[in-house]
Design a protein around this ligand. Structure first.
Ligand code: AMP
Length: 277
């Protein structure tokens, strides 16, 4: 496993890779969710590149950039046995050198949900993913359904900008009690960790109603809100039942649908989603 930092070293190491190249972009502090993407990339591609970069431009001014958990040694220990060929760990100065001024903005689908609470977030995400695609030139790139809107934005951007990259979205990996794995779960302590399962229970309640034949989006949103309201520690930011691709809120469920939510527990902000249909 080769580890590189500079763009020049990345470029020469990339040139040496053969066959289908799969890229798994991460912000580090890896868990089973990240490892599941790497494992799938290993199955589907001859060469696998993992990037580890806590991208400052996707954090808002009042967000947790300086406190975002990092442990590079542990990350490399976790990746090594998976047979990854190349790990790129650029610095902020490499990705955004002095004088940097070019941004990728995806329009309508970045406005609702996460975009309504984190207005600059997807500009940072789309820009860094475009830069990673250009630098690594992967044939395939692997993202988690855990960040459902992010996956939709990246699919849209890839299509709109004609990146010759096959975007693969992998299922959300969960703890045994249903909590979606996330680097930020580290912040959850005691009662907040226990309360965090409320997102999974709320999504499950809506899914059960859907499986029972319910197709009114408002009823499913109501089910999710009802379960979330039963947890006094949970501060709800949004609850959504939207079209899977456009992310527009639905009246009636007909095709593939994204149930999603953002909830604050103590100092930790959690997001989760289920896909229906
Ligand atoms: P992050 O390091 O949080 O930026 O995540 C890197 C990639 O891993 C993103 O594509 C995430 O959607 C994905 N990911 C994060 N958590 C999970 C999870 N629990 N299950 C599957 N994929 C995940």
């Amino acid at each position: 496993m080769k580890t590189v930092i500079s763009l020049d070293d990345l470029t020469s190491a990339r040139t040496a890779l053969t066959g289908t190249v799969g890229l798994v972009p991460t912000m580090g502090y890896l868990h089973e969710g990240h490892l599941s993407l790497i494992r799938l990339a290993k199955v589907e591609c001859e060469s696998v590149v993992v990037s580890i970069f806590v991208n400052p431009t996707q954090f808002g001014a009042n967000e947790d950039l300086s406190k975002y958990p990092r442990d590079l040694e542990r990350d490399l220990r976790l990746i090594e046995p998976l047979g990854v060929d190349l790990v790129w760990i650029p610095t902020p100065g490499i990705m955004y050198p002095t004088g940097y001024q070019t941004w990728v903005e995806v329009d309508a689908i970045t406005h609702p949900l996460e975009g309504s609470v984190r207005p600059t977030h997807f500009k940072g995400v789309a820009t860094i993913v475009a830069k990673l695609f250009n630098a690594v030139q992967p044939h395939k790139a692997y993202f988690g359904q855990k960040d459902g809107q992010q996956a939709a934005v990246i699919r849209q951007m890839t299509r709109d900008l004609n990146f010759p990259v096959d975007v693969v979205v992998c299922p959300t990996v969960r703890e045994v009690d249903g909590l979606a794995m996330s680097s930020r779960n580290k912040y959850l302590e005691g009662a907040d960790r226990k309360a965090a399962t409320v997102l999974f229970h709320a999504l499950s309640a809506a899914k059960t109603a859907y499986e029972g034949g319910e197709r009114k989006a408002d009823v499913l949103r109501g089910k999710m809100k009802e379960v979330l309201a039963s947890e006094p520690r949970a501060m709800v930011q949004y609850v959504s039942c939207a079209d899977y691709d456009s992310l527009e809120e639905l009246d009636l469920i007909q095709g593939k649908t994204l149930l999603s939510m953002a909830v604050i527990l103590g100092k930790t902000r959690l997001i989760d989603n289920f896909v229906l249909g």
